[in-house]
Design a protein around this ligand. Structure first.
Ligand code: DQA
Length: 146
């Protein structure tokens, strides 16, 4: 049985490729997802991806992940800095959670320096662009001791 990994992309990440490419790169979200699925397949994961611009939809997706997925990778985008609801939803999970950011949020505006999730996730990857998502999958292999 393949391990199931859920990947959640937050608001405005559906615009990847055209959105501030100097910060977020030129790959589209479909390309990011295809790369993750391909890399996941190679290392024995079934990767399911989900994007929403709505906080409540993300909260519901996290709630539904309970007892279904073996790990969660989440880029909460702007909700990183504002959402107690997403933080609380993550606290419902007892699986590894990797927080990911394409850009290095600590090199940017001060309001991006604070993540409301950073102390409730397993770990955070920031600043490596799309490659960070593949790093997250490799980190999960290690965390799950596969
Ligand atoms: C982001 C960083 C956030 O501050 C920003 O609001 C995003 C993307 C990143 O991937 O670098 O939308 O999460």
């Amino acid at each position: 049985m393949k391990h199931k990994i859920l990947v959640i992309h937050g608001p405005n990440l559906n615009m990847l490729g055209t959105r501030e490419p100097e910060k977020y790169g030129t790959s589209t979200l479909d390309e990011v997802n295809a790369n993750m699925e391909a890399h996941g397949n190679k290392i024995g994961f079934e990767v399911q991806t989900f994007q929403s611009n709505h906080e409540g939809n993300i909260v519901e997706k996290i709630q539904q992940a309970r007892e279904v997925f073996d790990a969660l990778i989440i880029n909460p985008a702007a909700y990183t800095h504002t959402s107690i609801a997403i933080r609380d939803a993550i606290l419902l999970l007892d699986i590894p959670v990797v927080e990911i950011h394409l850009s290095n949020i600590y090199k940017r505006e001060s309001f991006r320096h604070k993540s409301l999730l950073c102390d409730v996730v397993t770990g955070q990857i920031a600043g490596f662009g799309m490659y960070g998502y593949l790093m997250a999958l490799d980190a999960i292999v290690n965390i799950l001791q596969l």
